[in-house]
Design a protein around this ligand. Structure first.
Ligand code: SF4
Length: 473
């Protein structure tokens, strides 16, 4: 998928001006966040925190010896009859998939949701090689019909309302318009069924790789995942190298926190552990199972000050709690991963200079960190990326000059006190009788574009503190 992250500002402005999108985003509101909060309460708030701690430790243990666990995964997967392929980047991922298609003479691929296939732009590569890709996750199916990219990692079509989907179905299915969701779902299922039965290739992602058994674990809420992994004669699971966990016990712990954090469910509707291809006597399963382990920028994070980002288990909780994501929607971020996790991953995978505004696309309120099931310090990582941008001169000169002036002042307490005294008084004066500032100058302009800024009462915190102490003594 081509990255348009460098245009975040323009895309976000467009999203803010799009009334229809704003209505749809408002309807999404705090749905997932409320469900997560209820699941956390039901689990026990203290127990949930212990589980978060344990989950972060599991992910760290895997990442500390990532190479060793991956080699163990490969050895165990091979022992059970799977084929393991390593791909360095998006182009190599597509090339390996096409090689498999050519080797087995495959012509139609049914797919369950895979963010890595979005990263690699796999659908375009398949279609160009004459292999028909068919998305079978309902959200992804809707987006394939619409020719759009996902806007959320677990609810890809969340930016679309029922009316849009209904019109899309009329255009592509040629059936009467319906506004009954159950009927529309049935209709999609009827359209997909012939594809399930005729496809010779199944492509899925992988939520986790289990090193001790060479297994790929997949969680879904729709039965399509099972069809994709069992019906076609060849199956390819494509996943990032960071998804490995040492043991089945680790998998079980992570799978207690993943659905609760994502959708507030105790467990997903379908939880599959693929361990090797179909064996003699098995009723179903693919004759050939390939696992493609993709780097595509992940090793750049290993051993770096951003390594904690690799703990991510793709639950979507950070975007469900992010006020910026909920206002501008996922497409504003311009690449596969939106929200706070995308604002860290995209600059790393696509280059900091190609995602200039993403580290800034956060209020640093900390809600994402609090919601993250593996305790990724997202605000801290975003701050580190901002520092890197400054060091590499990737921010506008005015911003860099402002930070230099700030650093100079903040290191001289007398100057800081003087500057803040002047600023507090100037802001009070600007507030006038109403105590509200309609237009701030310089970088503050953005703050007052849609609202007034409350003027301070004219004294700095230090002055107020000193006055308070004097009153007490
Ligand atoms: S960063 Fe944390 S909250 Fe966000 S998707 Fe990854 S695991 Fe979930």
């Amino acid at each position: 998928m081509q990255s348009a992250s460098v245009h975040f500002r323009q895309r976000a402005s467009g999203a803010l001006a799009d009334k229809h999108l704003q209505r749809t985003l408002k309807r999404f509101g705090s749905g997932f966040a409320d469900k997560r909060a209820a699941a956390r309460r039901a689990f026990g708030e203290d127990a949930f925190e212990i589980l978060r701690e344990a989950s972060a430790a599991i992910r760290d243990r895997a990442l500390e010896d990532l190479d060793a666990w991956l080699l163990r995964f490969e050895a165990e997967a091979l022992r059970r009859g799977s084929r393991v392929i390593w791909a360095e980047d998006a182009a190599e991922t597509c090339a390996r998939v096409l090689e498999i298609c050519a080797r087995h003479g495959l012509t139609k691929a049914i797919k369950s949701k895979s963010m890595l296939s979005e990263e690699a732009g796999l659908n375009d590569a398949l279609a160009a090689a004459g292999v028909q890709p068919v998305e079978t996750d309902l959200g992804e199916y809707i987006l394939q019909l619409a020719g759009e990219a996902p806007s959320h990692i677990i609810a890809p079509a969340i930016h679309k309302d029922m009316g849009e989907v209904s019109e899309l179905f009329v255009r592509h299915h040629g059936r009467p318009k319906s506004d009954d969701i159950a009927q529309m779902t049935r209709e999609a299922r009827e359209m997909l069924r012939p594809h399930f039965l005729s496809a010779d290739l199944g492509i899925s992602g992988g939520n986790f790789l289990v090193a001790e058994t060479g297994s790929v674990a997949i969680v879904t809420n729709e039965g399509n995942g099972r069809m994709v992994t069992t019906l076609p004669r060849v199956h390819i699971a494509i996943t990032g190298i960071e998804k490995v966990v040492p043991t089945l016990e680790d998998l079980s712990a992570l799978n207690r926190i993943l659905p609760r954090s994502a959708t507030g469910q105790e467990i997903e509707n379908y939880f599959s552990v693929l361990t090797g291809p179909k064996r003699a006597g098995d009723a179903d399963g693919p004759e050939h199972l390939y696992v493609i382990l993709v780097d595509n920028g992940r090793t750049r994070l290993v051993g770096s000050e951003l390594q904690e980002m690799l703990r991510c288990i793709r639950c979507g909780a950070c975007m469900n709690h992010c006020p910026v994501y909920q206002t501008v929607g996922g497409h504003s971020y311009g690449w596969v991963y939106p929200g706070p996790m995308g604002s860290v991953l995209t600059p790393v995978y696509q280059g900091l200079e190609n995602a200039l505004d993403l580290p800034q696309a956060a209020t640093l309120c900390g809600a994402c960190h609090v919601a993250c099931p593996v305790k990724i310090p997202l605000p801290g990582l975003l701050r580190k990326l901002r520092e890197m941008q400054m060091e590499r001169g990737l921010r506008p000169w005015a911003e860099r000059a402002a930070f230099r002036a700030w650093a100079f002042t903040a290191q001289r307490p007398w100057l800081y006190a003087l500057a803040t005294r002047i600023a507090a008084r100037a802001l009070k004066w600007m507030g006038g009788g109403r105590g509200l500032i309609a237009r701030l100058p310089f970088a503050g302009r953005g703050w007052t574009r849609g609202r007034d800024f409350p003027a301070p009462e004219g004294r700095t915190f230090r002055e107020l503190y000193r006055a308070g102490r004097r009153r007490q003594t």
